[in-house]
Design a protein around this ligand. Structure first.
Ligand SMILES: Cc1ncc(COP(=O)(O)O)c(C=O)c1O
Length: 315
């Protein structure tokens, strides 16, 4: 990518998805999300391309948000139709698949994060990039090593972006367990679904993304083609901020990923977006709440979380 190129992504993601575009001199262009999965909507991307004709559009960066892959088939078709590359933000999706295709092997390149909060986490900061293109792989290896394939011979200007050995050692051991940990996350998610339904907090399963006083909670939806790894278990909740405060008062960890969509971040004001441009992303920012999820979470702890949510909505 060169200065002035644009790259399309979702406004409902962590900041780094879009800042990675600006760091390459590119201009982020946003399209709205699918309200069921919270992932970048392929039809919205298509519409953005056809109605806005973004200048020098080079590619699309879908984000496998919360551990669920985007619709890889739809993004393949978009890339082919418009001559674009797909760069995956797979930071939250180690082990996730779409029809058996792994996150990280869907686009031309992908980036993973092993930050300590991630489902596959190191002892400190770490990450990895993947590619399906051998030449790009060689380029990545040079870039991480000050642009040199051979010591002290620099073909280009890179960085020191090598993973610390200590982080690699931790990850190498954890890799043995990641499949079972991801499976455990899926079981915990299914159990939350059941407990929340039994508590009478939800509307019709999988149909509605709407919450109101009579059905205050909407469960996360998983596409049939996706193997979700539930990096996060994220609800929509009526009176979300008050529920978050209530759970925090009871020492139940919960978090809002993300309270402000990227098109309304101060640092991106120069892009010229305004409130209302991406209504589903803005609604998600106002309604989502992530409940505790990690492989060691116990059944009684899950019951405690759901009981606290039920107590909140009984008032
Ligand atoms: C969706 C997404 N993209 C990018 C990142 C950035 O990862 P890192 O902090 O390891 O650079 C994160 C990490 O929080 C993320 O969740």
């Amino acid at each position: 990518m060169s200065a002035g190129d644009s790259f399309l992504t979702t406004p409902f993601t962590f900041f780094a998805s879009a800042s990675s575009i600006t760091r390459c001199g590119g201009r982020p262009v946003f399209a709205d999300i699918d309200p069921a999965t919270f992932n970048l909507s392929a039809p919205a991307v298509e519409q953005a391309i056809e109605s806005q004709h973004p200048a020098k559009l080079k590619g699309i960066m879908p984000v496998h948000l919360y551990g669920q892959c985007v619709d890889a088939d739809a993004f393949d078709a978009l890339a082919a139709a418009h001559g674009l590359v797909i760069v995956e933000d797979a930071a939250q999706a180690f082990g996730a698949t779409w029809k058996g295709r792994h996150a990280g092997a869907i686009g031309r390149t992908a980036a993973f994060s092993f930050y300590p909060t991630k489902n596959l986490s190191a002892f400190g900061d770490a990450g990895a990039v993947t590619t399906t293109d051998v030449a790009v792989g060689e380029h990545m290896k040079r870039l991480r090593n000050h642009g040199a394939a051979r010591r002290y011979y620099h073909e280009e200007i890179g960085w020191n972006a090598r993973m610390d050995g200590i982080q690699g050692a931790v990850l190498r051991i954890k890799l043995r367990y990641i499949e079972q940990w991801n499976q455990r996350r899926r079981e915990i998610a299914a159990n939350y679904d059941q407990l929340l339904q039994k508590a009478g907090l939800t509307g019709a399963r999988g149909i509605s993304t709407h919450v109101d006083a009579s059905h205050p909670v909407a469960l996360p939806a998983t596409a049939a083609e996706a193997k979700h790894i539930f990096h996060q278990y994220v609800l929509r909740a009526d009176r979300r901020d008050a529920l978050r405060d209530f759970l925090h008062q009871r020492s139940i960890g919960c978090e809002i990923y993300y309270p402000v969509p990227l098109h309304l971040q101060q640092c991106f004001a120069y892009l010229g977006y305004k409130p209302g441009d991406f209504p589903e992303s803005e609604r998600a920012c106002a309604e989502v709440l992530a409940l505790p999820i990690f492989p060691e979470l116990t059944e009684p702890e899950q019951q405690q979380v759901v009981a606290a949510i039920a107590e909140f909505y009984s008032n």
